[in-house]
Design a protein. Structure first.
Lengths: 106, 339
């Protein structure tokens, strides 16, 4: 279990307990956090679960696979701290993770 | 005006199999899709990715699945209307009048929405002012490459479309290629070609840059691009092309008076009918208690919706359930010999 904070477009913080093994994307979708569309359902095929990870977390997260960086090319306003939340699998190590949801997914 | 027993919106796996079910029970149908090809998400998002949960098919790619479904439709004559987005669905007595963005119209008692997550639209640039120049000097696809002759074209993107056009247009135009990182995901041969053209000065390459602003009043004059290190460059350009792939948008479906719940359409589980009589929704776009977004669920939903269409298309006949293994009528429709 990890506490994950999603900061939505309207600057609201939503802190949730997300079960280990789920993805950060699933944590948002199952709890009706707005702004993560996840159109392809977690297949790394659409870039609509794009989030910005708080800087201090960047190095602590598992590295991106090639496919994720390719998909981020298509995301709306990608930055250095962009990740696809469907590729972030929740574990105890992610406890305290903070992600910002971009203003749009596409 | 095209008249048909059922109009299917969406040529993905669910739409294709629904067409098969309609033809088997003796109804005709036509299919409309906004993409330029058949296959929906399977073709657009994951043509090469293997799928492992199609019943009796241990493994197949999105492209193989699509080709097999098209093959299964071979005995039937089905009209496809590609590159057409359905914009309007209106009631006219017992029929629905359906109109597309390119002016095609249909009259049908049954509309089956098999639209996945909506229609695929190009992803656009972030700055709002880009809309002003869209289809004038900012494009997301190339219709006529001749307009770029002798002009300056700035292309954004790192995939095959962006690089293929950069190479092609560099023959007759000044080309700037802008991408958010150093690596490109296009075919290696094209990437090599771009680097070669960069050396000979045919392509100006800007990597780790993204667009921040477009400038110009009536006409596009220049754009600002920003480097990862926040440095801003102004580039004079006549045209801008953006290739960021496609995104799915519910689009006009939202305006057809259907009960929509989180970008999906509410249906019953007997006919997969929406709150509007004669409009059904099947596949990823429909929702009901227990809905699973699997291709196999779409097949089941399409089979039931097809039977429901029979009643409205043939009000004076009674639908009789038959097996393909034993029915002579069905075998005739399939063009196979009866025993």
């Amino acid at each position: 279990m990890a506490k994950i904070t999603y900061i939505t477009q309207d600057n609201q913080n939503h802190t949730l307990d997300v079960q280990n093994g789920l993805t950060v994307m699933e944590g948002a979708v199952q709890n009706d956090i707005p702004g993560i569309d996840a159109d392809c359902g977690g297949g790394m095929a659409c870039a609509t679960c794009h989030v910005y990870v708080k800087e201090e977390w960047l190095d602590k997260l598992p590295k991106k696979e090639d496919g994720e960086e390719d998909m981020l090319d298509m995301a709306f306003e990608p930055k250095k701290n962009s990740r696809l939340s469907c590729q972030l699998i929740v574990s105890d190590d992610l406890d305290g993770l903070i992600v910002n949801i971009p203003s749009k997914q596409g | 005006m095209n008249k048909t027993d059922a109009l299917i919106i969406g040529a993905g796996p669910t739409g294709l199999f629904t067409a098969h079910q309609l033809k088997l029970i003796g109804l005709d149908c036509e299919i409309v899709d906004n993409l330029d090809k058949i296959g929906g998400q399977c073709i657009e998002l994951y043509p090469d990715k293997p799928i492992y949960d199609i019943p009796a098919v241990p493994e197949c790619t999105g492209e193989e699945l699509t080709n097999n479904l098209i093959n299964q439709l071979k005995p039937f004559d089905i009209k496809f209307h590609l590159n057409e987005r359905v914009d309007e669905v209106k009631k006219d007595n017992n029929n629905w009048i359906v109109k597309t963005n390119n002016g095609k119209s249909f009259s049908t008692p049954n509309v089956i929405i098999a639209g996945g997550v909506g229609s695929f639209e190009p992803r656009k640039f972030a700055p709002k002012e880009c809309e002003k120049f869209e289809n004038k000097s900012i494009f997301y696809s190339v219709r006529d490459k001749n307009i770029f002759k002798g002009k300056t074209v700035t292309i954004f993107g790192g995939g095959d479309s962006a690089l293929d056009w950069a190479v092609e247009l560099s023959k007759n135009a000044t080309v700037n290629l802008v991408h958010r990182r150093d690596e490109f995901r296009a075919a290696q041969a094209t990437v090599d070609k771009v680097h070669e053209l960069k050396k000979t000065g045919k392509i100006n390459l800007f990597t780790k840059y993204q667009m921040t602003e477009v400038k110009g009043n009536e006409k596009l004059e220049s754009i600002d691009i920003k480097h990862d290190n926040d440095e801003i460059k102004n580039i004079k350009t006549d045209y801008v092309l953006g290739f960021f792939g496609l995104i799915m948008q519910l689009g006009p479906i939202a305006k057809w008076g259907l009960n929509i719940n989180k970008k999906t359409i509410e249906v019953d589980t007997e006919k997969f009918e929406t709150n509007q009589k004669g409009i059904y929704a099947v596949g990823d776009i429909c929702t009901y208690p227990g809905k699973l977004k699997l291709i196999l669920s779409g097949f089941h939903e399409g089979a039931l919706a097809a039977r429901a269409c029979f009643k409205l298309a043939r009000p004076d006949e009674k639908y009789r359930f038959e097996f393909t293994t034993s029915s002579k009528t069905i075998k005739d429709r399939l063009g196979v010999k009866s025993d």
